[in-house]
Design a protein around this ligand. Sequence first.
Ligand SMILES: NC(=O)C1=CN([C@@H]2O[C@H](COP(=O)(O)OP(=O)(O)OC[C@H]3O[C@@H](n4cnc5c(N)ncnc54)[C@H](O)[C@@H]3O)[C@@H](O)[C@H]2O)C=CC1
Ligand SMILES: O=C(O)C(=O)COP(=O)(O)O
Length: 523
Amino acid sequence: MKILVSDDIAQEGIDILNQEYQVDVKTKLSEDELVEIIGSYDALVVRSATKVTAKIMENSNLKVIGRAGVGVDNIDLEAATKKGILVVNAPEGNTTAASEHTIALLMALARNIPEAVRSLKNKVWDRKRFMGIELNGKTLGVVGLGRIGREVAKKAIGLGMNILAYDPYIIKQQVENIDIKVVDLDSVLKEADFITFHVPLTKSTYHMVGEKEFSMMKDGVMLINCARGGIIDEEALYEALKSGKVAGCALDVFEKEPPLESPLLDLPNLIATPHLGASTQEAQVSVAVDVAKDVIRALKGEMVKNPVNMVHIRPEEYSEIRPFVDLAEKMGSFYTQLRNGRISEVEMIYTGKIERMDVKMITTAGIKGILSNILQTPANLVNAPFLARERGIKIIEKKINQEQDAPGVVTMKVTTDKGVGSVTGTVQANADERIVAVDEYKIDLIPRGNILLTFHRDRPGIVGKVGTLLGKNDINIAYMQLGRKSYRGEALMALGVDENLPDDILSEIRKIDGMENAVLIKF
Ligand SMILES: NC(=O)C1=CN([C@@H]2O[C@H](COP(=O)(O)OP(=O)(O)OC[C@H]3O[C@@H](n4cnc5c(N)ncnc54)[C@H](O)[C@@H]3O)[C@@H](O)[C@H]2O)C=CC1
Ligand SMILES: O=C(O)C(=O)COP(=O)(O)O
């Protein structure tokens, strides 16, 4: 396996990658240069400089893209997901660095530090021009109250500031005990003396601050953007700074980086740093190590810690969930080997002890198993939900509450244009997977090796005929199971066979009088 690192990451991360796989570090590549070489790599590690476009991913064999940092707006996530490329990031390592940089910019703004430094270095001793304002007692608006937003708020509280925050996706009670008042965006805009942004760049945050929002702010407000360029409309910001509506703004990030052509840089009340939020030695080591470990986990097929485009399971739950993930994938594969028809709906029903857990990954594995037999595109835990949606398959998850210690049971109910069928499985002690029902037939199958399933009439002679036919062709039967709906009614037989069953023998089995269907399932 080969890994390409296309932005500067700390050596500590490269060393970890190098212990397991071959690593090439090639930075400042153009899109075309990347397209040309990417085919020979299994993993790509980036920071924010490399734009990982659909074109780069298109003909790649990438299994994972690692982002040594938080923001993944430089990676085309939709294209990655469609292609089944896992994206992982390192969201924890630079929280302190980015929040400290935000506070540094806040103070620099309030006390005119950059301009004062510049003036003095030009040998001008001007104390009057650089009169500042105090932070103590002022209101700081925090837009986006995730890891960095919260850390900034805590630090600002320490400086005597009052915090008004806007984040529609958090639970208010989580933060109100640390003296943060959660309000709507309009209130932040209207009431804050300083506003700092800590949201990711998404469709909903792109230009979330423009002309209209500036008009709502206090005259003389000061802004800090240490999150992403594009959140504040730069043209509108230019006007607001020029008019003095916004007294000062500190930007660490720009819509186009580097922003060397930006007229904003000419304004005296704009201070700027070249995307330095995460640039501390500590943060860089931390994110490089974190992402390297996750990239290795991904390449080894292990559960990663920080997936961006795949369901996430907490490590403490994963060991319990894992056998069910494997089982569900086999159930899905079992189902589509057994039946055909255009699938419109898959319902995953969970009962017993599994019902209390986060089952999203089990559902996804079931879908992966289903799709693996019907699609050319390889399905995995990243792209399975996307591929299912693309084919118009509705996925339903249902949990049925049972007594606490009942064994975990998963039923996959599949609706096709030919009807509804189901398969049920469970995991016994020692991660022993079992398929325990097919439609209404109760069975007890280990989903392993070759299994011959026959649907036939429950009448004397049929089982014997199948056995004789297999014996005549030197095919050994490992085990046998029988189930029936009623005496002499419809019946099911499952035979574990040690050898492969050629198509001509399967056809002969299908011709046995009373036989409705016979299918070979392979695991
Ligand atoms: N300047 C730099 O070097 C750095 C910049 N960043 C940027 O900071 C951003 C935030 O990082 P973290 O706090 O670690 O991420 P996070 O995911 O912990 O927090 C983001 C918060 O934004 C909130 N949010 C999302 N959409 C929103 C909306 N429309 N309105 C209000 N709130 C919204 C989310 O609910 C979440 O609480 C990153 O996405 C990245 O772009 C991060 C690290 C360094
Ligand atoms: O982690 C982030 O989101 C950052 O913005 C840091 O970017 P960088 O890795 O310094 O290019």
